[in-house]
Design a protein around this ligand. Sequence first.
Ligand SMILES: [Zn+2]
Length: 283
Amino acid sequence: MFKTHDKGGKGVPDIATILRGTFVCHCVRNTLRAKDESHAGFLMARFFLLPTWRRLGWAEWDSAVPYNWETPWFYKEVEKFIKEHGPAASAPTQWTPKIVQRQIRARDVSEPIGALPSATADHVWRNVASKCLTNQHKDIAWMAIQGGLPVRAFMHARGLNRYKSCPRGCTADETTYHLFWECAYAQDLLKALITELVAWIPTTCITADSVMYGLFPGSHALGDLQGCWRLLCCFKDVLLFSRNRLVVGKKETSTLDCRKMIHSLLHDYAALDGSDDDSDDET
Ligand SMILES: [Zn+2]
């Protein structure tokens, strides 16, 4: 129906599936659970759907009732949807929009991430949807993994940019991985943030994977992991901002200024935490 945040989705409803499911439930209710069998809607739907219900074992064959083997396309969708999303053996009473949507949502699987095992991908999506992040940082982390950030390699592949090399003068293509890890500018900024990083975890834990996917529980406390993940998300946010400032506004941003911006974002997080504590006290 829609992928939840902890499964790598954005919680956006899949309107086409919802409408198709509602139509099938309406057909089932109209023909198999109808109380009044004399109205025109019931007779027409049964005329076209009787062969389908018979194949599914949901209706008795009744030769005295007229039926049609040449089902119109929109009634063919009913059988297709039932085969796709529902077990044929489930009773017609189970076909209500609420139950069908719940069953489809329960079968949702996490979005795969490259060659990562599914359990690791689950943890990464939980990191991305962490409550300790602001919505903007969740979006940047999500787009960095899904490859949706408008960096030069992404734009060039879609014919939207003439160049695909890094705007900071590197010979490599500007991919998300390059922007957030490989680029000398990103490495310089990470070095400038050493003091802040070691306050949470040892620098040996800071790798390309931890910048892109977040940190994994090990011997570190949960608070330390969250604090470091916040810092890395601020790092990505500021890198993206300075990159856009360079490409669009032709203005350089020094590493020192980037560090100050990261401090400012962390200060906002501290203020948010304070306001959360206040609201908890009031409740
Ligand atoms: Zn570069």
